[in-house]
Design a protein around this ligand. Structure first.
Ligand code: CMC
Length: 392
C-alpha cells in the first residue's frame, strides 16, 4: 500500500545534516561543536556556550563582550506582555504559559521580520535567548502572586535568572555563587542535544518559513511531554510516590512488569546505550550543591542513588542498556535550590532555547533546506463509494 520506508520514531532516519552537536550513544560521548560536554560544564559558562552553539567557535574576549551586550539588551519584554498573564488561571502549569506567551512574541516581532536576512535572524535569536528566562520567571511569579521582577543586565545569565525567580521588592536579594554555578551548569548541560523531539519540531515548523518565535513555542510544547523534558518533573513525582527506600524493590518489580506500563523515569534514552554523560556531571553537581547548602540528609537523593544501584545491576535494565539520563538528578538539584517541581521543565526550556535557535538558524542557512514533509504508509480503507445515511 505504500512505497516508503516505515521508521517508527525515526530511529534510523537522519532528518538533516548538522555541525552543532555530536552524540556517540554507545560510548556516552556528547560534544558541542567538537568540545566535550565535561570540559564545557567545568570550564565554560552558559553565555559562552550560547556563542559556541550559534557561531561554531569559542569567542575571543571582545566577541564574547559584544555577544553578551547583544543578548542582554533584549532581556526585558514589552510591557503589553505583562497583560497576557492575567488571562491565565493562577494554577496554570507554567509550561502552558510558556507555550502561549513565547508564541505570542511572534505578534510583537512579525511585520518587519525577514528570516532571509542574516542580521534579523541574529536579532530574533538574541531576543529569544534573552526573553525566554524573563517570561519563565514571570510565569513563576504569577503563580506565587508576587510582583514580576525585571531583569538585571549586570548579572550573569544564570544569576539574573535566579534573581528574577527569587527576588521580592521588600527585601534585598543576593544570588548565592553556589546556586549561580549550579544553575549555570544545568543550563550548559541542557543547551543542545541534536535532533531530539523538540528540536525536530522546531526545525519542521521552521522549514515552512514560519515566524521563529512561533517555532520555538512549538518546541516548548514538544518538550513538555514526560518522555522528553517533562521527565525531570516526573522523576520527583515518582520518588515522592515511592516514598521510602523499602518500597523501591516493589516499585522496580512494577517497572519490570510489561503490563504495568510503569517506567523508571529519568532512565533510558533513544541514543545513549551507556551512561548519559550529562547524568554523570549532574550527579556530581547534585552532591556539590547539597554539600555547599549544608543539606546532609536528603532522602530523595538517597533514594535516587539506591534506585540507580539496583537498576545498574538488575538484568532487566542491564540487558536493555537503560542508564540514568540527564533528568535523573537535575530535579533533586533544582529542589534543593528551592525551585518548585512545576518549574523544572521550564528551566529545561530556558536552557534549550539556544539549541533550538542555533538549529533553526543552521537550517535556514542550509542551501539544501526544503520544507519538511514526511510521507506515510497508508493502512486505511481502499477507495469506496459514499452511501447516504438512510442506506447505511
Ligand atoms: N523504564 C523501564 N523500561 C524502559 C525504560 C524505562 N525508563 N525506558 C525504556 N524501557 C524499556 C522499554 O519498555 C523497552 O523494553 P522492551 O524491549 O521489553 O519492549 C526497551 O526498554 C527499549 O525502550 P524503547 O521504549 O524502545 O526506547 P525509546 O528509545 O523509544 O524511548 C525514552 C526512550 C527516553 C522515551 C524511554 O527510555 C523513556 O520513556 N524513559 C523514561 C522517560 C525519561 O527519562 N525521559 C527523558 C529522556 S532524556 C531527556 C530528554 O530527552 O528530554
Amino acid at each position: 500500500l505504500g512505497v516508503f520506508t516505515y521508521d517508527p520514531g525515526y530511529g534510523t532516519t537522519a532528518s538533516c545534516e548538522s555541525k552543532i552537536t555530536y552524540i556517540d550513544g554507545d560510548e556516552g560521548v556528547l560534544l558541542y561543536r567538537g568540545y566535550p560536554i565535561e570540559q564545557l560544564a567545568e570550564k565554560s559558562d552558559f553565555i559562552e556556550v550560547c556563542y559556541l552553539l550559534m557561531y561554531g567557535e569559542l569567542p575571543t574576549s571582545a566577541q564574547l563582550d559584544k555577544f553578551r551586550v547583544g543578548v542582554t539588551r533584549h532581556t526585558m519584554v514589552h510591557e503589553q506582555i505583562r497583560r497576557f498573564f492575567d488571562g491565565f488561571r493562577r494554577d496554570a502549569h507554567p509550561m502552558a504559559i510558556m507555550c502561549g506567551v513565547v508564541g505570542a512574541l511572534a505578534a510583537f516581532y512579525h511585520d518587519n521580520l525577514d528570516i532571509n536576512d542574516e542580521h534579523q535572524r541574529e536579532i530574533a535569536a538574541f531576543r529569544l535567548i534573552a526573553k525566554v528566562p524573563t517570561i519563565a520567571a514571570m510565569a513563576y511569579k504569577y503563580a506565587l502572586g508576587q510582583p514580576f521582577v525585571y531583569p538585571r543586565n549586570d548579572l550573569s545569565y544564570a544569576a539574573n535568572f535566579l534573581h528574577m525567580l527569587n527576588a521580592v521588592p521588600a527585601e534585598s536579594y543576593n544570588v548565592s555563587p553556589v546556586l549561580e554555578r549550579a544553575m549555570d551548569r544545568i543550563l550548559v548541560l541542557h543547551a543542545d542535544h541534536e535532533q531530539n523531539a523538540s528540536t525536530s519540531t522546531v526545525r519542521l515548523a521552521g522549514s515552512t518559513g514560519a515566524n521563529p518565535f512561533a517555532c520555538i513555542a512549538a518546541g516548548i510544547a514538544a518538550l513538555w511531554g514526560p518522555a522528553h523534558g517533562g521527565a525531570n518533573e516526573a522523576v520527583l513525582k515518582m520518588l515522592g510516590e515511592i516514598g521510602t527506600p523499602e518500597n523501591i524493590p516493589d516499585f522496580i518489580e512494577k517497572v519490570k512488569d510489561k503490563n504495568s506500563n510503569v517506567k523508571l523515569m529519568g532512565f533510558g534514552h533513544r541514543v545513549y546505550k551507556n551512561f548519559d554523560p550529562r547524568a554523570k556531571i549532574m550527579k556530581e553537581t547534585c552532591h556539590e550543591v547539597l554539600g555547599e547548602l549544608g543539606i546532609k540528609d536528603e532522602p530523595l537523593l538517597d533514594m535516587a542513588m539506591e534506585m540507580e544501584r539496583i537498576a545498574l545491576t538488575d538484568d532487566y535494565f542491564v540487558s536493555r542498556k537503560l542508564y540514568p539520563n540527564v533528568d535523573f538528578y537535575s530535579g533533586i538539584i533544582l529542589k534543593a535550590m528551592g525551585i518548585p517541581t512545576s518549574m523544572f521543565t521550564v528551566i529545561f526550556a530556558v536552557a534549550r532555547t539556544v539549541g533550538w535557535v542555533s538549529q533553526w538558524k543552521e537550517m535556514i542557512e542550509d542551501p539544501s533546506q526544503r520544507i519538511g514533509r514526511p510521507r506515510q504508509i497508508y493502512t486505511g480503507a481502499a477507495s469506496r463509494d459514499y452511501r447516504p445515511v438512510d442506506a447505511r
